[in-house]
Design a protein around this ligand. Sequence first.
Ligand SMILES: [Zn+2]
Length: 678
Amino acid sequence: MGDPIVRACWEGFGLTNSDEVVLPCGLLQQVNPEQTDLLLDNFDNVFPIVEKALSKSVPLDTLSYRCGDVTKARKPHLHITGINKLYEGGIAAFLGQSGRWAGVMQPITGYVRRVSPVVQDPQMLVWQCARCLQYVTEPNGKQPLECYRDQGGCGKSAASTRFNMIPAPIMGLTKPGTSVNIASEFRNYQEVTLQDIPGTALSIRPVVLKCRLYDENCFRAQPGDIVTVNGTLKTELDLKRKISEHYFDVNSIEIQPRGSEDIKLTDEDMEKIMAMSKDPDIVANLIASLAPSIDGLDDVKEGIVLQLFGGRDIDLGRTQERGTLNILLVGEPGVAKSQLLRSAAATALKSARATGNTSSKVGLTAAVIKEESFGATAYSVEAGAVVLASGGIAVLDEVEKAEPEDIEGLHEAMEQGQVTLNKAGISMTLEAKTSILAAANPRDGKFDPNDAIMSQIDLTPTLISRFDLIFIIYRPKGQEKSRKLAEFMRKRRRGEVVEPIIDTETFRKYVAYAKRVKPILTEAVGKPLDDFYCRMVAMGESNDTLTITPRQMESLQRLAEASARMRLSEAVEEQDVARAIRIMEQSLSQYASADGVPDYSKVVGDVSKSQRNRLEQIVEAVSEFGGNGVPIDDLVARFHNSLPREHVEKDVARLKHEHRLLCLPNGNLKVFDKPRRD
Ligand SMILES: [Zn+2]
């Protein structure tokens, strides 16, 4: 390894201020392929020898530097990058053959799921004896057992003296044979947990790899980053728990640029994709290829396919207008929501799944996790699905069961494309330019068609209003359902599997190509969007309801752009605008009132207009009973002819929740005399 190029590179160490020396593996290979192989295949044994040998080839004065009145040691850290991968697949595959790779230097690429704080790992420490004031050193970060005589100490045992650790270099005391002052030595130490890149191994609970990083490798990785770590797999015995655990001893870390996980397209792929885009049925084929085993739900599938393509991100200098589309599916259990989510995740270029109904502390966005490190409490930061899937789609099931903190994070991600953590002294902003595909169940597992949809989902109106499209999926009516089920069972019995028109791999490649297309919506083509918007607003005004909001005007544009991308068209055309309007109308009509006028206030407001009227009637009735309030039975009797008891009870519960009514100690209801919110 003493070859000229390596030595030259190594000697460059003297010219920098950093202790880090990065050597690309390719360079080593050029110099001496045999020795490089020897090093990589027996890394744990050979590397220390190489490092020592190379240290000796460096002029002595470059191994120290002056700092005020003291001379400090410089310890070169050799980091080898650009290692060739010898195994197929991701982390799970690597660990599956763990025996084969023990001691062999290998690269592992994955998402950073968790980062611990960087701590100081004590190496050699300098101590001062309280009795004789002599300085003694002890390796491995331990306290001396006695005041060592061979270091000039008084020989007292640790029990009969006291040792104080001295962190600063000791003036006048140098290492034998050098001018370097003796000082306690620490190394930066950090633990980082990697998981497979979604897409290579799709799972809610993926296989993870715990990595140990030292020195300059610390501080570099952020949750959600894609990194390659080069190092060796090691095993640690936990004698207390009688288990052994793998960890990855990292020699170097390479942060990969965002989007590097994108699919690589060959010339052949491109030709095929271009040919596909010329097919007049391309849009229909794409839609039909998402979850082909699910019958119907064509609008929902169309919405999800549009989401996979997305609108284009617009950079307006300081601000960015997102191109991501967010979709909420609300439906009773057993309406194939989860199946749709799985399909979307499998087809997306990048995705991560999570469920709101989880006992894990990490949740949907990101969390600060309490851990033990070197016997002390430390706080790690762990990324959830929304951060991991930045640039792709986060698929969130049972989102209504998520913790309030997570919902707050979801808000920020959908609005600003980031998640901020401020907890336990950790303040961190993580990128989350993520499309959200969320599914929620109605509160009682069943829709009441007479009640406002909003009041049946445990999600805040502000969160719901962040979604571009909302689909309400009803359970098929009894007979229809039985017939479909029978049909499905028969098909399965015959071994008939529904094959998609476009297979998932081709679909993903098509999307990857389409993402490069940046369709432009011209003034003339976009006019129907304005007309639609104005028509909806006017319809709302004449019916005194809220039909559409400016936020949905933006949604319409993104939908039209996504539609153009499905055809790989650089221009948004009339058909794209028509598709955007149709699908938005479809989404709005989900919460249309009986006369066909969509009442968006049913969703973004808390209750529908008619329900609000009813609530006002109840408040008025209660107020008529005066200061002593009214027992609920009397109130029910008051509405005897117009409202069933359960409705009155439900409305009273809501009014109590809104702090409009309160319950007196005797159980009577009374109007709460507080200025009204609205
Ligand atoms: Zn002593």
